[in-house]
Design a protein around this ligand. Structure first.
Ligand SMILES: [Fe+2]
Ligand SMILES: [Fe+2]
Length: 258
């Protein structure tokens, strides 16, 4: 549930009310299968996110650069980072001899999650983010190829674009996991948070939001075909479906109230 008062304070009273109302509606729906089935892997990833010195350092570094008021702030980046590392953990089981480097790969996934939207709101934010990530990570105790993987993953995270191949299976896994974790946010997160921050940021009146709501829901369904890891392909569509069901209920509420 929503816990960032700093983020909420960026909203107009009407959109703040609608965030809270949307979350009240969403609480009646089921938790997507990914978060139920992989609770153990998710908590391993979450623990790493809040304890690993490299991840904590990057988090403090990017905090002032993330645009909270646009709905793509630290909360979004944290969720993407934790989910990306959870997917890495689940996918890496397919590879032999992975255990010694698994935690490292998860840390890279979390760093990529934290950095992927630092230029959100700008033109070509994925490419710009990839470029900045290289510069930011230069003094870090990371291998050159690890920085390359993070940068490649960030440049590939936009929807409906053909991704570039990333070096080595590990780089590719990182890229695909980051993409899927970011698109998991098109599920319940979108309707309970992102959409309201974006319309508030762009000063779009509620009447227009209501009018375009069904169109927005249809647009979201297209993302279901784009998941890149096998975990994403298996569990991503369910996350989107739960989000869409919540979205439809929010739409019914809006039609009744406004
Ligand atoms: Fe993005
Ligand atoms: Fe994102």
């Amino acid at each position: 549930m929503y816990n960032s008062h700093t983020e909420l304070s960026a909203l107009s009273p009407l959109y703040r009310k609608l965030v809270l109302e949307s979350q009240r509606i969403a609480a009646r729906f089921r938790v997507p299968e990914f978060y139920r089935q992989f609770r153990v892997q998710y908590s391993i990833s979450k623990k790493l996110f809040f304890a690993h010195p490299l991840v904590v350092y990057v988090k403090n570094l990017v905090r002032p650069r993330l645009v909270d008021s646009f709905g793509h702030g630290l909360d979004h980046s944290t969720k993407v980072g934790i989910d990306a590392a959870t997917i890495v953990l689940l996918e890496a089981e397919k590879y032999a001899n992975v255990s010694d480097r698994l935690e490292r790969l998860m840390v890279l996934g979390e760093i990529a999650g934290l950095l992927h939207d630092i230029h959100r709101g700008k033109e070509n934010h994925a490419e710009k983010g990839a470029e900045s990530a290289r510069k930011i990570l230069k003094p870090f105790p990371l291998k050159k190829r690890e920085v390359n993987w993070i940068s490649c993953a960030i440049s590939n995270h936009e929807a409906f674009r053909v991704p570039s191949p990333c070096p080595l299976p590990w780089g590719q896994l990182l890229s695909d996991a980051l993409y899927d974790a970011d698109k998991f946010r098109w599920g319940p997160d979108n309707f309970t948070k992102t959409v309201w921050f974006m319309v508030n940021y762009k000063s779009i009146p509620l009447g227009e939001v209501v009018e375009k709501f069904p169109w927005g829901i249809n647009g979201i369904l297209k993302i279901k075909e784009t998941f890149r890891t096998s975990i994403g392909q298996q569990f991503g569509p369910d996350i989107i479906d739960v989000g869409v069901e919540i979205g439809k209920e929010i739409y019914r509420y809006l039609l009744g109230e406004y």
